[in-house]
Design a protein around this ligand. Structure first.
Ligand code: FMN
Length: 310
């Protein structure tokens, strides 16, 4: 069987499949159907300093070719998360990524300090891109320096493990955001969160979502995200967890071709959890069908081909 191991962030992953933050919550239900050890990494739903109930319903609308979600960072707050949730997630037996968001620098500082003292996870993800919280959340989609200052603040308090920054695909200019975070100490990037979207009911004239807009996730976004990953790869050589529109094993190879180090799967985990477990198996078959014994060999082949093509 093809060897799928990936070494990024100074860590070894069993394979490049990363379950993205949110759609499968903190993972206990997913772990009932899926052998989590077969997934490269699991990202916990984003946690804030204080508990949040999230947005009022309706907060999900189907688009036929994707969904718009407006959950609004529902979570138990960092202290309960560390006490109650993290230990069960640690038991999944895969790499674990903890995701945090904050309303001020002090939120980030406090959460980072607490997490520095806690074992049982491998990477800290800073969600600087939640499209679903109306007021006050630090979502610096127009201010790259603000994104950099959050990274710098977190790095002051959290030095034991790598920090990845999750940006919005709408944070522009993308290269300035990446450079600002990188020069402030980001160890890698999770690119991207979802795009803003909305849908309206033509019978009632009202929006389907209580908050009107939400986060649009869809396989239809894959080509747009692929292009943005390629652009990002020209700006940074740090690891990129490419996220947005991936749904198959072939997509993993396509995202790697664009510059991804690991590949995030959000919506797939929500609509077909068992597919997550199948992805590494399908990836092995994809590589074997092309005559490769490992993902590493495939990546080296791509680099050689790219060099010859120059
Ligand atoms: C229901 C739902 C909840 C989400 N919650 C979070 C979250 O808490 N934190 C976060 O960083 N991203 C969250 N996301 C965004 C996903 O992690 C991912 O970036 C996005 O869905 C794009 O990937 P996909 O095309 O594979 O779904 C959420 C997405 C969905 C659909």
């Amino acid at each position: 069987m093809a060897d799928l191991r990936v070494r990024e962030f100074g860590l070894e992953f069993a394979n490049p499949v990363v379950v993205s933050s949110g759609p499968t919550g903190f993972g206990p239900i997913l772990a009932e159907t899926v052998d989590m050890r077969r997934i490269g990494a699991f990202t916990c739903k984003t946690v804030t300093r204080k508990k949040r109930e999230g947005n009022p319903p309706p907060r999900l609308v189907d688009c036929g070719y994707g969904i718009i979600a407006s959950i609004g960072l529902q979570n138990p707050g960092i202290e309960e998360f560390v006490r109650e949730t993290l230990p069960s997630a640690d038991a999944f037996g895969t790499r674990l990524i903890v995701s945090i968001a904050g309303f001020c620098l002090e939120d980030f500082a406090q959460m980072a300090s607490l997490l520095e003292t806690v074992h049982g996870f491998d990477i800290l993800e800073l969600n600087l891109s939640c499209p679903n919280v109306e007021s006050g959340l630090m979502n610096p989609s127009e201010d790259p320096r603000c994104a950099g200052s959050i990274v710098a603040e977190v790095k002051k308090h959290f030095a034991s493990r790598p920090v990845t920054v999750k940006l919005s695909p709408e944070s522009l200019p993308q290269d300035t955001f990446i450079r600002s975070c990188e020069s402030s100490g980001a160890d890698g990037f999770t690119l991207f969160n979802a795009y803003h979207g909305a849908r309206f009911d033509i019978n009632t004239g009202r929006p389907f979502l209580r908050r009107t807009e939400g986060a649009y996730s869809s396989p239809a976004l894959k080509p747009i995200v692929l292009k943005k990953i390629r652009d990002a790869r020209h700006v940074t050589d740090r690891p990129i967890i490419a996220t947005g529109g991936a749904s198959t094993a072939e997509d993993i190879l396509e995202f790697i071709l664009a510059g991804a180090s690991l590949v995030g799967f959000g919506l797939v985990g929500m609509i077909d959890p068992e597919a997550l477990e199948e992805l590494p198996l399908h990836l092995e078959r994809c590589l074997e069908a092309r005559g490769f014994v490992s993902l590493d060999e495939y990546c080296r082949y791509l680099r050689r081909t790219a060099e010859h093509g120059r």
